[in-house]
Ligand binder design. Structure first.
Ligand code: MD6
Ligand code: FE
Length: 217
């Protein structure tokens, strides 16, 4: 006989986890594309190198950032905004690679958000100690579209809170290939990332990479 090790849902591997209604973790969803995504990323960062942006309050962000697509998220002393021009080069951001776009659309669809057409991809690079404090994503013109977030390389603890800054937060370990998609009633939930622990990953060596896809305009 063939033993079914996962005969009941209690012990079945949870591929899809709901953090709350309309916020879904798709475990390992980007795993097959990991190497292709990182190869495309190399090309992007030749045109638009990673840089540490300044917060409006004058602090240097510990996460290094770049962008691709029609719009890029930027932060400086004037505030946060989406800009079609990379302020470091004066040129448009590199186009979104086909493998990025296909993954973002597929993940959104799988998580229950049909017809997602991102025009911006913010690329975050974490080195050990880098963190992202609790924030809401609210610079997009319409909040009717979800956000799709792809984790590559070293694992990190993702904090997922409520609609108010002081609401209780969930801690979610995100590892290579995990995708988080959220929108609708969850779109303005506070979230952040705890300081990255040092480690080694064969595809990213000492870093974590996060891609967040949005419809900005
Ligand atoms: C990160 N992510 O995982 C940072 N924002 O490195 C985000 O800030 C984020 O993962 C909106 C939606 C999903 C995210
Ligand atoms: Fe965010």
């Amino acid at each position: 006989m063939i033993l079914n090790l996962f005969a009941n849902s209690e012990s079945s591997p949870q591929w899809r986890e709901e953090l709350c209604p309309e916020a879904i973790v798709l475990r390992g969803f980007a795993m097959p594309d990991g190497a292709d995504l990182l190869a495309a990323l190399q090309e992007i960062t030749i045109q638009a190198p990673f840089r540490h942006m300044m917060t409006p309050g004058g602090f240097r962000m510990s996460v290094a950032m770049s962008n691709c697509g029609g719009y890029g998220w930027v932060s400086d002393h004037t505030g946060y905004r989406y800009d079609a021009i990379d302020p470091a080069s004066g040129k448009t951001w590199p186009p979104m690679p086909a493998v990025f776009l296909r993954l973002a659309r597929n993940a959104a669809m799988t998580a229950g958000f049909a017809n997602f057409e991102p025009d911006a991809c913010l690329i975050n690079r974490y080195q050990p100690g880098a963190r992202l404090s609790l924030h809401q994503d609210r610079n997009e013109r319409s909040l009717d579209h979800p956000i799709v977030s792809v984790s590559l390389g070293l694992p990190a603890v993702f904090l997922f809170g409520g609609l108010r800054r002081n609401d209780q937060v969930l801690r979610v370990l995100l590892t290579h290939g995990d995708v988080v998609a959220w929108g609708g009633s969850a779109r303005l939930r506070y979230h952040g990332v705890l300081p990255l622990k040092p480690g080694y990953h064969p595809l990213t060596t000492g870093h974590r990479i996060n891609l967040t896809f949005r419809k900005a305009a």
